[in-house]
Design a protein around this ligand. Structure first.
Ligand SMILES: C[S@@+](CC[C@H](N)C(=O)[O-])C[C@H]1O[C@@H](n2cnc3c(N)ncnc32)[C@H](O)[C@@H]1O
Length: 262
């Protein structure tokens, strides 16, 4: 092994024991490139040096975590795909079960579970649907739990939807209590933690792009087992599950994978 490779391997091991974050399941070339710019900016000469700086400086550690976990998100990301969700998938699921269990599995700042909560509320004015919203990043979860978003973030929702589900407070919009009551927020690392079970719908969007092929295969098989028969996995707008048939999924609509109904 070359010394640059050893340096990165040692860094990965140290980061894993300090933060629990396993960088080996993230694509190495891409991750190394992203971290190298941070490392060079901090003045470190190699990753092991950089690790020592992270140990001493909370702010640098936070910057590192943010770079790894890229939190970019928005309400109703890929509106066309949400339209399929609202017109096809949710009505089908509601025919099977009146109280749906949804999991937003990399929820970032909370735009995704809030979009989901709106879809469910508008599908049928029924109560009892639940949304589990998880992410690896504590800060994102804390943000998501507050249900408060910069007003500019709401721009891709029709005004009528905004006024129905949010209250304006200064430069922010705050989610209606009805939405917030449906959601439970929790930290969960998709690469190593136990998955919840009996889900009607799982959203896993715009996170696997950073994972290795093996990590993805494993993840999609675990989602399959976490779904009820007939349940759906909703993936990101650039994502495909190559071996979906091998795992057992059907794919009735683009970007939606279904565990076959019983
Ligand atoms: C680009 S955001 C996607 C947010 C949302 N799903 C969407 O599509 O708008 C990626 C999220 O994945 C989270 N993430 C990265 N690695 C993760 C892991 N191993 N387990 C759980 N979440 C992870 C990040 O913290 C970040 O909030």
């Amino acid at each position: 092994m070359q010394s640059a490779e050893i340096d990165y391997q040692v860094f990965k091991r140290k980061i894993c024991s300090k933060t629990g974050l396993d960088l080996s399941s993230y694509k190495q070339a891409q991750m190394e490139r992203r971290l190298r710019t941070l490392m060079e900016r901090s003045g470190a000469r190699c990753f092991v040096d950089y690790y020592q700086m992270l140990e001493r400086d909370e702010r640098l550690l936070e910057e590192f975590m943010n770079r790894v976990t890229i939190n970019v998100t928005e309400f109703f990301r890929n509106p066309d795909h949400y339209a399929v969700l609202e017109k096809k998938v949710i009505p089908e699921l509601l025919r099977r079960s009146s109280q749906l269990r949804t999991w937003s599995s990399a929820c970032s700042y909370g735009h995704e579970p809030h979009s989901m909560a709106i879809c469910l509320q508008e599908a049928l004015l029924k109560t009892g649907h639940t949304i589990l919203a998880t992410d690896i990043d504590d800060k994102s979860i804390a943000n998501a739990r507050k249900g408060q978003f910069p007003i500019a973030d709401a721009k891709n929702m029709p005004a009528e939807r905004i006024s129905r589900w949010f209250k304006q407070e200064g430069d922010f919009v705050v989610a209606h209590q009805k939405l917030r009551d449906m959601m439970e927020f929790r930290k969960l690392d998709l690469l190593k933690d136990r998955f919840p079970v009996d889900m009607d719908l799982i959203l896993c969007r715009n996170v696997v792009i950073y994972f290795t092929e093996e990590a993805k295969d494993d993840l999609y098989a675990k989602f399959y087992r976490a779904l009820k028969p007939g349940g759906y996995l909703f993936v990101g707008g650039t994502e495909r599950i190559n071996n979906y048939a091998e795992i057992g999924y059907l794919t009735p609509y683009p970007f939606f994978y279904q565990r076959p109904p019983k």
